[in-house]
Design a protein around this ligand. Structure first.
Ligand SMILES: [Zn+2]
Ligand SMILES: [Zn+2]
Length: 320
């Protein structure tokens, strides 16, 4: 029996609920019923309810589900599914949602609805298909359950891939054209311009084939999204506002911090000054804690001596 386990809807549970709703099996999707089943199970344990009678009820419901499910193929489960506003990137046909995927009605174009155990919402899928990229998006989970942020993109074969911006570290990376993009300020290391780029804010001299700088800071750091306005502040004043949504990857606890630019141009955390206790004459502005390194961890920063192809975005199987 379930004990003290929170009811966290998992990818499979989402799929199952959509499936059951599509099949018209509403009994199982009602939380009250699940609760009622549990209370019946505990009655059985205490000998207050006949086990066979209960099992009979259950098997009747299961029979009903199986009978209904037999009438549908995997992609024809009815449901409240959307037709996407964006046409198929391959053939221009209509792209429709089914219970597991977004699929073209004319060709074999099809992408999962749940990349990295995260539901891809219809408006997100529309942006992804229209612009071939979206993100960074948060809320993905690795197979070990660790949260991660990533950019989703369609590759040349129109397949869905995660892009962590790892090819920016490639020595053969293509030059990046920041033309028409607004600079967020000047680089603390070399005074060149800083721009939004993929998963990061980056110095214009820190990308492309002839890098002369390495200033870069993540758009998402420990689940905290860093808005462009905060980067402007960081670059002009040396520090962001107090950001409240960091989540420690070690303790999984939320914490607040400023992002601060050190003298070496590295971005680090600065923690809020502790409130002085009453009657205690601690330094009024609080002591500054040493800034820790706050760069985003790259899920795969493996450097290999062999030349990589220009496009090295990972397939939809995050390690980590
Ligand atoms: Zn198509
Ligand atoms: Zn620079």
């Amino acid at each position: 029996l379930r004990k003290d386990k929170s009811l966290m809807p998992t990818t499979k549970a989402f799929q199952l609920l959509t499936l059951l709703r599509g099949l018209g099996v509403t009994e199982l999707t009602m939380p009250e019923l699940t609760g009622e089943w549990e209370s019946k199970l505990s009655q059985i344990e205490r000998g207050q309810l006949d086990r066979d009678a209960f099992m009979h009820q259950i098997s009747k419901i299961v029979e009903q589900i199986v009978a209904r499910a037999k009438n549908y193929g995997a992609t024809t489960v009815p449901g409240d599914y959307s037709t996407l506003q964006s046409p198929c990137p391959k053939c221009g046909g209509l792209v429709k949602e089914n219970y597991k995927r977004f699929s073209c009605t004319q060709c074999d174009f099809s992408i999962t609805k749940i990349p990295g155990s995260r539901q891809l919402e219809v408006p997100e899928a529309e942006i992804l298909i229209a612009e071939r990229t979206i993100g960074p998006l948060q809320g993905f989970r690795s197979r070990l359950g660790r949260p991660f942020a990533a950019i989703l993109k369609l590759n040349d074969e129109h397949k869905l891939e995660f892009d962590f911006g790892q090819n920016d570290d490639d020595e053969n990376s293509e030059p990046v054209d920041f033309h028409g993009q607004e600079s967020l300020g000047s680089c603390p290391k070399c005074q060149s311009s800083v721009y939004e780029h993929g998963m990061n804010y980056t110095c214009e001299k820190a990308v492309g084939p002839n890098k002369t700088c390495d200033f870069r800071t993540g758009k998402v750091i420990l689940q905290q999204e860093i808005e462009p306005a905060q980067i402007r502040k960081l670059l002009s004043e040396g520090r962001t506002e107090l950001l409240t949504g960091f989540v420690s990857s070690r303790t999984r606890r939320k914490f607040k911090a400023y992002l601060k630019c050190g003298d070496d141009g590295k971005v680090g955390f600065e923690f809020e000054a502790r409130k002085p206790k009453t009657g205690d004459d601690q330094a009024p502005s609080g002591k500054k804690l040493p800034a820790k390194k706050a760069e985003t961890k790259k899920p795969s920063a493996k450097k290999s001596a062999t030349k990589k192809p220009a496009r090295t975005a990972k397939k939809l199987k995050p390690r980590q």
